[in-house]
Write a protein that binds this ligand. Structure first.
Ligand code: ACO
Length: 329
């Protein structure tokens, strides 16, 4: 039995934060941001719009596209590192809103690799025969953990959500292989220092701005290219394929220079590398899912096309997934 993505969804908040807006907030310039990252603008959730709300909208789109009633969902996997609450899980929050009353649900936390980690779990549950229809949602309100006084990080991130229905039958994208990796030795490179039980919220932690994301950007950049390349090679080799067999590359939308470096290493032509980073910035776990959804909507994925998805994030975590279009179910 082969797991397949039978539908996708995405949601981006309407509010746009441009590079020119950021010029008014920190010591930066549109020229610096564009040349170093490729980002021109990003979306920011409204004050009363949360990770679960964005995830719900993306989920509703995927359910509508699959024409699947919510009662037919067996499991909800919700990837996020900006949940509405520590608990209950965000999966349970959207289960209620969707009316998916027969579904089990849990959250998964692998930072920017969350979509691929979630997809891997969904594939395993489907192919073991445990479940028939799984809803995967990746959603982040990164603006809630970004320090808009820190020019090193505030220019990079945006809010958004993506989703997929993974089923045991139907036309869609088969998932031949996914490989995942992590390296806890590098845990300090991207971190939210306070708020967990190791450093509970206090006046001091707030005064020291320790509830905002901290990142060693230059070091992360090097690891990101190396790890995504390694995962992609492992994934292709497992299937006996080479880069010549890849129709589309979707890399984590963190920085255009990282995406271009990976495409170059795999000799994938620029018009086969799908990008959303210029308009949404880094939306963390939801980024590859948003790009996949928009690529499919564009209608440029043909029968037999192979898509290579690669992601990388805090942890460190990373992963690569191979998808193959199969309309025959
Ligand atoms: N505007 C102007 N100057 C800036 C800005 C800014 N917004 N930000 C930093 N600078 C300055 C720095 O202070 C530094 O100045 P200095 O040389 O006087 O010290 C200079 O620009 C160069 O800084 P670098 O950090 O070397 O710049 P770099 O070219 O590496 O770009 C960036 C920084 C964009 C962060 C890059 O390193 C990057 O994209 N890293 C990867 C991030 C990533 O992939 N994250 C994914 C995981 S995120 C997650 O899991 C939640």
């Amino acid at each position: 039995m082969k797991a397949r993505i039978v539908s996708t969804g995405a949601y981006l908040p309407s509010k746009i934060l441009t590079n020119l807006d950021l010029e008014q907030m920190v010591d930066t310039s549109d020229e610096w941001i564009t040349s170093r990252t490729g980002i021109k603008e990003r979306r920011i959730a409204h004050e009363e719009e949360f990770t679960s709300d964005m995830g719900l909208k993306a989920a509703q789109e995927a359910l509508a596209q699959a024409k699947l009633p919510p009662e037919k969902i067996d499991l909800i996997i919700f990837a996020t590192h900006t949940p509405d609450h520590f608990f209950p899980s965000t999966a349970c929050m959207i289960q209620k809103e969707l009316g998916a009353k027969n579904a089990a649900g849990f959250d998964i936390q692998a930072a920017c690799s969350g979509y691929l980690y979630g997809l891997s779990v969904a594939k395993s549950f489907i192919e073991s025969g445990a479940y028939k229809n799984i809803l995967l949602v990746a959603s982040e309100k990164l603006s809630s953990i970004i320090d808009y006084e820190d020019r090193n990080t505030c220019i990079l991130f945006g809010d958004g959500a993506s989703s997929a229905i993974i089923s045991n039958e139907g036309a869609g994208l088969i998932i031949p292989h996914i490989c995942l990796g992590s390296d806890g030795d590098q845990e300090n490179l991207i971190k939210l220092p306070a708020g967990g039980c190791r450093k509970v919220a206090s006046k001091e932690s707030v005064d020291c701005r320790e509830h905002f994301l901290r990142m060693e950007g230059r070091e992360v950049f090097k690891h990101a290219v190396r790890r995504m390349e390694q995962a992609a090679i492992e994934c292709l080799e497992h299937e006996g394929l080479t880069d010549a067999d890849v129709s589309w590359l979707i890399a984590h939308q963190a920085n255009i220079r990282i995406i271009d470096a990976i495409a170059k290493r795999f000799s994938i032509p620029a018009d086969r590398v799908y990008k959303t980073v210029h308009k949404y910035g880094n939306t963390s776990s939801s980024s590859v899912g948003i790009a996949l959804h928009e690529l499919l909507l564009d209608g440029n994925v043909n029968e037999g096309d192979r898509l290579l998805l690669v992601a990388f994030g805090a942890g460190l975590t990373w992963g690569a997934a191979l998808l193959e279009k199969n309309s025959n179910g």
